[in-house]
Design a protein around this ligand. Sequence first.
Ligand SMILES: Nc1ncnc2c1ncn2[C@@H]1O[C@H](COP(=O)(O)OP(=O)(O)OP(=O)(O)O)[C@@H](O)[C@H]1O
Ligand SMILES: [Mg+2]
Length: 455
Amino acid sequence: MNKTEDIKNLSKQRISAHSHIKGLGLNDDGSISNVSCGLIGQETARQAAGVVVELIKMKKMAGRAILMVGPPGSGKTAIALAISQELGNQIPFCPMVAGEVFSAEVKKTEILMENFRRAIGLRIKEVKEVYEGEVCEITPVEMDNQLGGYGKQIHHVVLGLKTTKGSKSLKLDPSIYENLQKQRVEIGDVIYVEVNSGSLKRLGRSDAYATEFDIEADEYVPIPKGDVYKKKTVIQDITLHDLDSANANPQGGQDVLSMMSQLLKPKKTEITEKLRKEVNKRVNTLLNQGTAELITGVLFIDEVHMLDIECFTFLSKALESEIAPIVILASNRGNCLVRGTDDLIAPHGIPLDFIDRTLIIHTPSYKTTDIYQILKIRAGVEGIEIEEEALQHLATLGAESTLRYAVQLLNPASQLAKAYHNSAINMTILKEVSELFSDAKQSSKILTNDNGYME
Ligand SMILES: Nc1ncnc2c1ncn2[C@@H]1O[C@H](COP(=O)(O)OP(=O)(O)OP(=O)(O)O)[C@@H](O)[C@H]1O
Ligand SMILES: [Mg+2]
């Protein structure tokens, strides 16, 4: 077995609930494609989602909300994820669960605001003067410490850069030496250094070194053409939230990398409304100058019935503001109380005037045949063998309770099969497991019949 296969096997071990979903599975004309993408059935909802994806790509959806409703386990979260996959990584997608807003430290609306801004991207195009090339020399030049202390100080660093046309030796500030070390730049890497700010970016490993043995999957790039000194259009993708937190805690350079390093230690309470306004102002100037382009992303709020009336008021207002992402909401509740009110019952726990602003996509419960297909895919993804008869029985179990219950039985059943030295799950094993683990309905039945529980 060679190395790449090894790595593939490793990555296969990490399986999440939705790892079999690869996209919406639609043809170019929006009809359901026969090619498998992990999603089964739910045709109407998928087609509707396809339309939404097109609208988002055409930038015709800004400031709108989509509401996905359906019973538990009917694929709402799965379809929302498929939407994000269809959008690709050019568009920011920020998923959250409504319950996240209830934190002891930060205000509810503050968390919503933060996620709103995570879902709006800014593509900044700048023409920069840079030195670019393959690194052929890094020599720090030391000198004695001027304060007379022990040890040496770095006075400057000599950086040799090579292109197809020639090479150049640069004498640079010691801070750049630090940057080189931080980004682990080595001889043979392709980098560029901005002339004005001195910030530095590693683009990858030079092609010329592609044959060397390397366990890390490094990106190989060709040796740059032209002169070492050149004007280069640099495109940076960031979200408004990145800008906010970088400005709330300004240290180091203003390049994306130093902003990223700050994200690791965000101080939530520090971003104020005033700062956001300042950031917006600056963003607007960039937009007007044409140096930046606003990219409307998607904010996905799962289990939206958990939000309370205050959050909905905030959302309505935020949706109408000048820069707003597309909001996708999902809920599995029927009519229920709107949180934060005493007696306001509304569909999905969402106030009616808010529902009015949404496009609703419905995901009905699955038929047994669909459940059968989904279970088959899941078993495949998880590498679980199951006999045909047992699979069909599991599908009927799923139809009686929920799809998720059936999906969740796969793993314990496969464990039991192993314990009995069976290569596949059979009927006996399945029956035993479904008796061991009850679904929600059975569980609530036990509660109503049995008085042994604490009241
Ligand atoms: N159409 C489908 N095709 C393939 N897999 C599906 C499909 N629908 C759902 N699944 C899978 O079934 C499981 C449950 O679906 P999902 O989590 O999307 O349900 P949900 O509607 O979000 O439920 P809830 O309301 O409880 O959040 C997941 O593992 C999901 O990937
Ligand atoms: Mg869900």
